[in-house]
Design a protein. Structure first.
Length: 384
């Protein structure tokens, strides 16, 4: 019996029926009151999801495009920024900044760990921290399964003339983010993660402090000019043709998020992460991310010695119709990753753990079938 492929990856993630239905509707013209109503509602709900009163700008882009957009709008060539990297996407943020001529100071954290805010404080108080215009940081690093304490870092910048740019591409609507309360100046996210949408949309919230920087920016920009997007936002539109069907789908997804409630969503993800970690540990596997930094949205697991983990992943994909993720860069073949974000529940996780057990057994890993499933069941609250 063939089922829909279950994507237990760090993105794209599974789509709710309401989102798929919205995508199938006949197209609307983007310069109509009908479209403006969808766009307006989506924007109102986005502010609630971001927990902000700031404008949230919408782009027909991936999260990477919005990261670039944030950098070229906030800074000028030669500005000094601190890029904090705990994995692939922290590295990417730093590379984009360097490509646009920023003076990038890199704080490179061993993969599997998150940054210690005290180290950031020490950097800011030292000689290299003088004249820093911005800090770039990934909130939830999907390549390693690690979460950074952006709240603590936001507090460090409270009275400084320095922006905090947060890559929340995978974390928004999955892990708590209090944009205004935590002093986050630009929060960037993408549609295909915890927001339960297809790839193709990106969003950026912009603080009052960030708008002051934007007005002084000397970077060249046209399509990604935040001032143009802010002006159009007041008219419930965008300066260029938006991704109409995706915006309508996003209106449905935001409504689902608001109806479920952010606190309940955060609790559901936390419970799934606990169940997943307990399951793989019961199977005799070792977690990769250090426990105190472990993500609620993705679990990274060390490949057992002598086992071809990519072969096990292939069996899960071809024989069980479940896709999990491989390691990236130097972690390829050394870890694998199970995503549990967005439109996912305990039954999806139990099915995944069961398939993982069968697949590992088939490639020669010695374990007791059912140990992982039992540990997950004992940890799961099915009513979240």
């Amino acid at each position: 019996m063939k089922r829909d492929k279950l994507l237990m990856t760090p993105g794209p993630t599974m789509l709710p029926y309401k989102v798929r239905e919205a995508m199938s509707r006949q197209i609307l013209h983007h310069r109509t009151k009908e479209f403006e109503a969808y766009f307006s509602k989506m924007n109102d709900d986005l502010k609630r999801v971001y927990q902000t009163q700031n404008p949230v700008l919408t782009f027909a882009s991936s999260g990477t495009g919005a990261m670039e957009a944030a950098l070229v709008n906030a800074f000028s060539p030669g500005d000094k920024v601190l890029a904090i990297s705990v994995g692939v996407f922290g590295e990417r943020f730093a590379k984009i900044a360097a490509r646009f001529g920023l003076d990038v100071k890199l704080m490179d954290i061993p993969w599997g760990k998150g940054v210690n805010p005290e180290d950031v404080k020490t950097f800011l108080e030292g000689d290299e921290g003088k004249d820093i215009k911005g800090i770039l940081i990934t909130h939830n690093e999907t390549s390693t399964g690690v979460v950074n304490d952006i709240k603590a870092i936001g507090q460090l910048l409270k009275d400084k003339d320095c922006l905090l740019l947060v890559d929340a591409v995978s974390s928004l609507a999955g892990i708590e983010i209090k944009t205004d309360d935590w002093g986050l100046d630009m929060v960037i996210t993408g549609s295909q993660k915890a927001l339960m949408l297809p790839p193709g949309l990106a969003f950026v919230s912009v603080s009052d402090k960030a708008w002051d920087f934007i007005k002084k920016s000397k970077m060249p920009k046209f399509y990604y000019d935040f001032l143009s997007y802010k002006k159009s936002l007041s008219d419930n539109t965008t300066p260029f043709t938006p991704a109409v069907s995706l915006v309508i789908a996003a209106s449905e997804a935001m409504n689902m998020i608001i109806e479920e409630g952010l606190d309940k969503i955060f609790a559901r993800h936390k419970n799934l992460a606990l169940a997943c970690r307990n399951a793989v540990t019961a199977m005799g596997l070792e977690l990769f991310a250090e426990q105190k930094y472990a993500s609620d949205l993705i679990t990274s697991i060390k490949a057992p010695a002598g086992i071809e983990i990519d072969k096990a992943r292939g069996i899960m994909n071809l024989e069980h119709d479940i896709m999990i993720a491989e390691g990236q860069q130097h972690l390829k073949g050394k870890i694998f990753r199970i995503g549990h974000m967005g439109y996912v529940d305990c039954y999806d996780l139990l099915r995944t753990i069961s398939a993982l057990e069968f697949s590992l057994k088939k490639v020669g890993f010695s374990m007791e079938l059912g140990a992982g499933v039992a540990a997950a069941q004992q940890s799961i609250d099915p009513y979240l």
